[in-house]
Design a protein around this ligand. Structure first.
Ligand code: FAD
Length: 580
């Protein structure tokens, strides 16, 4: 039998436990074994700059990569994650050739962009450069493969409810039981890259992007295309394939307190599930968005990067829930409010994303209702988004910026938006509040603009869950009760009358009495003076009239629902900055 030399491409699966793809790669050896095994990561410029990944998510990703690398090393001292600097298109053909690869294995990614990329890699690049390579793709990022659920379970049609997902999923089969973590790993082969054009660099030198732009007026919070394109070497400045640092990539310091990695993911899962009562009685609607400590699992970033297997989470949570004997006064929560229901919502969005063209935008998206939002995205004749955009109405741009920066004058909204920027994670119902406010609640700004801000700031940003939830909150799809709007004072007061989250993230308001903490502009001047914060000077006045704008929005949504247009009403969308 010809020697087996495997390239294992880590992408959405930064873990060693329950990884069907990694297991399939290791199984390739059969009796004669694997001659060389290369676990790799390559940066994808499209992903990296198109999505404006913020510095907190970058840190989470790099920590997760480092953790995988350390864990690989623990299994086999000669192993680690080999980071290839450059896009898959550029670096894969080089390593296929130079490392004599016979098999390439990776986890299936059903998101639209990834599908396109993988199709190009497998059906064009492999055929062109290394037709002898056998490619193996295994699903493992979802409870059940969304493609199968849509195609085999729902006749190829989109899924927009949990009930429909469950029905379709039942036709595909049971959620697979998790696999144990790998315990052995073959050695890598030679790491030479004779066919790469590598620039010589001093040991320890900065990577291309930072070195080139150091001293210039650069935004260190995100990476742009220009900076990304200039890595000097595939193997890194020290030619050791090491995981880069934030600094070497030209990024600034992260502010989040949530660390990345499989080790941390499993620790957090163990800790959460160890409290059996909490797990079995967990009810999403009853969890507090105002809590300083997360009132939900906060495992979403780990699921996003695949540091945690969703199947591991599901089966372990199910075991606790099914075997729990409630104490007096307790009730075991049922789906969809319980933890299993939460994981199934994730599946529903993955299926919707798989089945919907142009899912992340309004234009050409048959799922999204058409509303005449302000600041909708614009596209050229090829359907590519026009960036920078033609400016919308100045007042809307200002509202949008104030929302993004947490300067709206509504403390609840501002605290959540500042927490989002600082931590990269906010509670689900806090996401509800700020998304509703930006879109159908008060500002009447396109949900597309909201997704972009979440994309930049969230650790758990996800191509299926993010646009999907934005469509839900803006009543563009999935949910239609547009007359139910979150109160900017009454809603946070339900779970915290003291305004702890506001006091933490809007410290200028910290001395206000509870009575005015969510509406400081209503406090008499003497109270403002005592709190050492004058509204309009030290903290902004509300940027709009909550009640008046809510009524205007509801009226507009009513008209839009009566008209019944959907996102493919492209002729309407072609106009610039619609008057509203
Ligand atoms: P838990 O309540 O502990 O739930 C466990 C897991 O279930 C989560 O980690 C997540 O993977 C999944 N889950 C729970 N609720 C949802 C949901 N509504 N949609 C999809 N998955 C869910 N979630 C993302 O993972 N990425 C996103 O980009 C994202 N964007 C959102 C945007 C908006 C406007 C809104 C309203 C919600 C968004 N969500 C997103 C969904 C949800 O808010 C987060 O998944 C959840 O808050 C993460 O916290 P947790 O891990 O503590 O969740």
């Amino acid at each position: 039998m010809a020697p087996v030399r495997v390239l294992y491409w880590f992408r959405t699966d930064l873990r060693l436990h329950d990884s069907p793809a990694l297991q399939a790669a290791l199984d390739l050896g059969g009796k004669s074994g694997i001659e060389a095994f290369y676990p790799i990561w390559c940066f994808d410029p499209q992903y990296v700059w198109k999505h404006k990944v913020g510095v907190n998510r970058w840190q989470f990703l790099l920590q997760s990569m480092q953790d995988v690398s350390d864990r690989l090393k623990r299994v086999n001292d000669k192993q680690r994650l080999h980071v290839l600097r450059g896009s898959p298109e550029k670096v894969l053909p080089v390593v296929w050739k130079d490392w004599g690869i016979t098999h390439m294995v990776f986890e299936k990614d059903t998101a639209a962009y990834a599908r396109q990329r993988d199709e190009h890699v497998v059906n064009t690049l492999v055929k062109q450069h290394a037709p002898h390579i056998k490619v193996i793709i295994k699903d493992g990022h979802n409870l059940l493969d969304p493609e199968r659920v849509i195609k085999e379970g729902n006749n190829g049609k989109c899924i927009t409810t949990l009930v429909a997902w469950k029905k379709a999923a039942a036709k595909v089969g049971e959620v697979p039981k998790p696999l144990p973590a790998i315990t052995s790993l073959p050695d890598p082969g030679s790491l030479d890259l004779p066919s790469a054009t590598e620039k010589k660099m001093e040991p320890g030198a900065m990577d291309g992007p930072y070195a080139r732009l150091e001293g210039e007026n650069v935004n260190h919070d995100i990476m742009d295309k220009e900076r990304f394109d200039c890595f000097a070497s595939i193997s890194g400045p020290d030619h050791d394939f090491a995981v880069p640092t934030l600094l070497s990539l030209g990024l600034g310091e992260a502010t989040t307190s949530i660390p990345g990695g499989e080790t941390e993911a499993l620790r957090r899962l163990d800790a959460f599930l160890a409290d059996k009562s909490r797990t079995a009685t967990f009810s999403k609607p009853a969890s507090a968005p105002t809590s300083l400590e997360p009132s939900t699992t906060q495992l979403s970033p780990y699921l996003k990067f695949g540091c945690l297997s969703v199947r591991e989470f599901y089966w372990r949570a199910k075991e606790v829930i099914d075997s729990y004997v409630p104490k007096k006064g307790e009730k075991v929560t049922k789906e969809p409010e319980n933890l299993l229901g939460q994981l199934e919502f994730r599946e529903m969005y993955y299926c919707a994303e798989f089945a919907t063209p142009n899912y992340d935008r309004i234009r050409g998206n048959p799922l999204s209702r058409f509303m005449n939002w302000a600041l909708m995205n614009h596209y050229d004749e090829k359907g590519e988004m026009i960036v920078p955009r033609p400016r919308g109405k100045e007042a809307d741009e200002q509202k949008f910026t104030k929302w993004k920066e947490g300067q709206t004058g509504f403390p609840w909204i501002d605290a959540v938006m500042r927490q989002l920027k600082h931590e990269g994670w906010i509670h689900h119902l806090a996401r509800h509040s700020v998304a509703c406010f930006l879109t159908r609640g008060q500002c009447y700004i396109s949900w597309e603009r909201g997704t972009e801000v979440f994309d930049e700031y969230l650790l758990d940003w996800d191509p299926a869950s993010n646009p999907g939830n934005w469509m839900w909150l803006s009543c563009s799809a999935f949910f239609s009760q547009y007359f139910r709007v979150y109160g900017l004072v009454s809603w946070p007061q339900k779970t915290d009358k003291t305004g702890a989250l506001v006091r933490k993230y809007c410290p200028e308001l910290k001395n206000f009495p509870d009575k005015f903490i969510y509406s400081p502009h209503l406090a008499p001047l003497a109270v403002q003076e005592k709190a050492k914060c004058i509204i309009g000077k030290d903290y902004p006045l509300p940027m709009l009239d909550e009640k008046h704008e809510k009524e205007r929005c509801i009226a507009r949504l009513k008209v839009a629902y009566e008209e019944g247009l959907h996102g493919d009403a492209s002729e309407v969308l072609d106009g610039s900055a619609e008057e509203i």
